[in-house]
Write a protein that binds this ligand. Structure first.
Ligand SMILES: *Cc1c(COP(=O)(O)O)cnc(C)c1O
Length: 385
């Protein structure tokens, strides 16, 4: 059996090696390392894939969120509502820009922002909502967009974990996550669903003016060389990464299918388990399984992690400390923030290996190993939140 990894980028690369090697060598030979042709080509191809008018490539997903917030003109003291149950980048940029993070609750099934909790968190200072499509499942965008419209708020979608996810509105319209809000931000970190071989990111929008501002901000606020209109930053997708992404983008839907196949295998193995809840799949979206995350009740999570590790199976906790309990935000007076669903999830989630190259032998070994530690006959059945 091939060694099991959380993410197997090496096998994935082997399958595309000739095309990727050629694309990289072409960049080296052109020596157009910054803003070479592949960057624009990728921006166009990605905007077609997403069905969005403008894609502005940048250096990473964290920058993408920052550029979006800067371009929207958010000012120090403005409140930005985000989930606490997310990767730190989402909220870190809020604090970095001296905006005020307001942590809202997530839905106990989808693990994404709960619209009712968002509604309760709105104050006269609220300017934006940042839904995160966590683990590859879409947040309830229909309800969130309604709230945003009602209160005139920007919606910045953190799509870093959900590239390729389709979201269906009740009227039947289907859109890619990240293309629904005011602006979408994503990451091409190697392990993401569409990963480069280094850092990369992008922001996207249908708003012409906002797109122009984001382009300006990502390039030192420069409209003409050495003429700087606004304070910006230096955030570019380099040509080598764009060339690699041009090879990988056409594979994205196959990659998603492979992830969903692995998820189906896991789901079947743990179906009806008295102590394990498999990922909820909301009917209005196509989960793209950036992570495959189980919810454990009545199973010692550290014990399971150690049992799997002893059998050379990695497992991870995404994320062990929610945002509202991070030291980083200690200046924000968060002591009274009470997010019981977030806390409950934080103590119970565990993610199994999930990538495009998992084969049946590996999946069988992983699921059997989990069931060895947590047999489906255990007492004290789960109750849910
Ligand atoms: C990965 C990730 C980011 C940041 O992406 P980087 O490219 O690593 O900066 C932001 N938000 C979420 C939810 C992520 O998973």
């Amino acid at each position: 059996m091939k060694p099991i990894q959380m993410v197997d980028l090496k096998t994935q690369y082997q399958k595309l090696k000739p095309a990727i090697d050629k694309a990289v060598i072409d960049v080296l030979e052109s020596s157009a390392f910054i803003n070479g042709k592949p960057v624009q080509q990728f921006a166009e191809a990605f905007s077609n894939y997403l069905g969005v008018k403008h894609v502005v490539p940048c250096a990473n997903g964290t920058d993408a969120l920052q550029i979006a917030m800067m371009a929207l003109g958010l000012q120090p003291g403005d409140e930005v509502i985000t989930p606490s149950f997310t990767y730190i980048a989402t909220t870190e940029v809020v604090a970095l820009l001296r905006l005020t993070p307001v942590f809202a609750e997530v839905d106990a099934k989808t693990f994404c922002l709960d619209p009712e909790s968002v509604r309760k968190a709105i104050t006269p200072k609220t300017r934006a909502i940042v839904p995160v499509h966590l683990y590859g499942q879409a947040a309830n965008m229909e309800a969130l967009m309604q709230i945003a419209e009602e209160y005139n708020l920007f919606v910045i979608e953190d799509n870093a974990q959900a590239t390729g996810c389709d979201y269906k509105f009740t009227d039947g319209t289907v859109k890619k996550t990240g293309s629904i809000g005011t602006v979408g931000a994503t990451s091409f970190f190697p392990s993401k669903n569409l990963g480069a071989y280094g850092d990369g990111g992008a922001v996207f929008t249908n708003d012409d003016e906002l797109a122009a501002k984001m382009r300006l901000i990502a390039n030192h606020g420069q409209s003409k060389r050495y003429y700087h209109d606004v304070v910006g930053c230096n955030s570019r997708l380099d040509t080598v990464q764009a060339a690699i992404l041009n090879i990988k983008l056409p594979e994205l839907d196959n990659y998603i299918a492979a992830r969903r196949n692995a998820a189906d295998y896991y789901d079947a193995a743990f179906a009806n388990h008295p102590n394990i809840t498999t990922p909820y799949r909301h009917a209005n979206n196509k989960h793209v399984f950036h992570q495959y995350t189980l919810l454990l009740e009545g199973i010692d999570r550290d014990g399971l992690n150690a049992h799997l590790a002893a059998k050379q199976i990695p497992s991870m906790i995404y994320y062990p400390v929610p945002g509202h309990k991070q030291k980083m935000f200690s200046s924000f007076n968060l002591a009274d923030v009470y997010l019981p669903v977030t806390d409950w999830l934080t103590e119970r989630v565990i993610s199994l290996p999930m990538h495009t190259e998992l084969d049946e032998e590996q999946l069988s070994y992983i699921t059997q190993s989990v069931l060895e530690y947590a047999p489906a006959t255990a007492p004290s059945p789960k109750k849910g939140f």
